[in-house]
Design a protein around this ligand. Structure first.
Ligand code: P6P
Length: 338
């Protein structure tokens, strides 16, 4: 890493990015900085989750039918409170909120939209497995006033920024504003995210695949053929891939982004659209992986081209190294069977 970047904080990186865009008003940088503060507050609770009464479940299910953990609720509230008064946003949408999240009347409405999964993989927190947060930021398409559903249902190629945080052995904030993908590792001793992964690029092909093979019996033939091909059990005699599945989307994605590979959550006979959510999980990660040289599709269409019809809409999801995702598409589409 260059000397200049040895102590590059997330805040400075955001500001330098703004200076490279003379038309920038500081609004976007302010939004990203507010988000970084919210993430640090979530990290503080996640890092103590085993020590204080924030583990366990609430008595609620979210709109996706998932059991709401206390940490989900805390993270959702923390992001909302950090972001609702800065004047950068006109509306928000979250996995943990049934409808749209309005900006209170007393606060100014901004020109951006925030869609987010506050804590993804929270069922893993009591097992001390890495979990994550996922964010997407759009420019509003309505003129003024409170944002609407149309502002939240934009295709992913219109994302102005995307980010994820992985709360693991270290906490890393990875973001993309269209000018490369950059990772910052939290130094708890100073409370700053420091640049640790500059210009992240995913290898064109990996050696690992991530999928819940417990669903094998429910998959379509193309999906089964592809996984058999990866495992070398299709008689091709090729060198098999290794299976790596944490069961925490951000953790599986982050590993594949660093080392190459493919993550898959396909549709199946009981859930034709799979489990993962297009707007606030798949599209932001697809934005990141494409800017890192990778690929993301639903098996047929580019994720970023899909126009959402509903905030909590699910989609089959194939994301990672470009050559691996393209190969998966050949099998899924029946253009190849070994
Ligand atoms: P399964 C966690 O609950 C999550 O939403 C993602 O983080 C993860 O990739 C997926 O679900 C795991 O789902 O059905 O394999 O347990």
């Amino acid at each position: 890493m260059s000397e200049k970047h040895r102590f590059m904080t997330l805040g400075r990186h955001i500001d330098e990015g703004e200076r490279e865009h003379p038309e920038a008003t500081g609004d976007f940088s302010g939004l990203l900085s507010d988000l970084a503060i919210a993430v640090k507050m979530i990290w503080r609770e996640v890092s103590k989750a085993g020590l204080i009464e924030i583990l366990g479940a609430t008595d609620r299910q979210n709109d996706c039918g998932d059991e709401v953990k206390k940490l989900d609720e805390f993270a959702n509230e923390t992001i909302y409170r950090a972001m609702d008064h800065g004047g950068h946003l006109c509306v928000m949408a979250s996995e943990e909120s049934h409808g749209l999240i309005s900006i209170p009347d007393k606060y100014p409405k901004g020109k951006y939209v925030l869609v987010y999964d506050p804590i993804d993989g929270s069922s893993n927190i009591d097992a001390n497995v890495s979990i994550g947060s996922i964010f997407g930021i759009y420019r509003r398409i309505t003129e003024s006033g409170p944002g609407t559903e149309a502002d939240c249902l934009q295709p992913g190629y219109k994302l102005a920024a995307s980010a994820y945080v992985i709360y693991g052995s270290s906490t890393i904030f990875v973001y993309c504003t269209g000018d490369g993908v950059h990772g910052f590792t939290l130094d708890p001793s100073v409370g700053e995210f420091l640049l640790s992964h500059e210009n992240m690029r995913i290898p064109d092909r990996g050696k690992t695949y991530s999928v819940n093979e417990g669903n094998y019996g429910k998959w379509a033939d193309g999906m089964r053929s592809y996984v058999n091909y990866l495992k070398g059990t299709d008689g091709s005699g090729r060198r098999p891939y290794s299976s790596r599945y944490i069961g925490s989307l951000v953790a599986d994605f982050h590993r594949n982004l660093l080392h190459g590979g493919i993550f898959m959550y396909p549709g199946d006979s009981t859930n034709p659209d799979g489990k993962l959510r297009l707007v606030y999980e798949c599209a932001p990660l697809a934005h990141i992986v494409e800017h890192a040289g990778g690929k993301a599709s639903d098996g047929i269409r580019r994720i970023l081209d899909i126009v959402p019809k509903a905030v909590h809409q699910r989609t089959p999801f194939f994301i990672g190294s470009g050559e691996d995702v393209s190969e998966a598409e050949e099998f899924i589409q029946g253009r190849r069977n070994h």
